[in-house]
Design a protein around this ligand. Sequence first.
Ligand SMILES: [Cu+2]
Length: 120
Amino acid sequence: MNTLSIHRLLTKKPWSQASHWMAPLLLAAWVASSHAAGPASDKTEVVRAQVVRVDAQRGDIILRHEAINSIAMGAMTMPFKARDRAMLAPLKAGDRVTFSVVLVDDEPVVTDIRRVRGGP
Ligand SMILES: [Cu+2]
């Protein structure tokens, strides 16, 4: 939750009566969530992985990834869609990478991926 959505909550009609005592609570919740490492964080998480298979033409990549806290996912090997298939072109099986992922309609989509220097 960000300051704008808190503002929207507070300015909705049903909430206006409660806003005097709700505001500190919502602000406290927002501060707590933005400082916690985990699912509530808005910050883009950079995750380490190894490329298992890549199909740049289809925009698919299979990654053996470490835990992804932002989407509450443990370490595993799984396929991802790339937001932009061109970002997969330089990659090949065995590459060590870091990547970022977001959920789009509950589907994990890779938004950024780059090879780790000094990888195999
Ligand atoms: Cu996974």
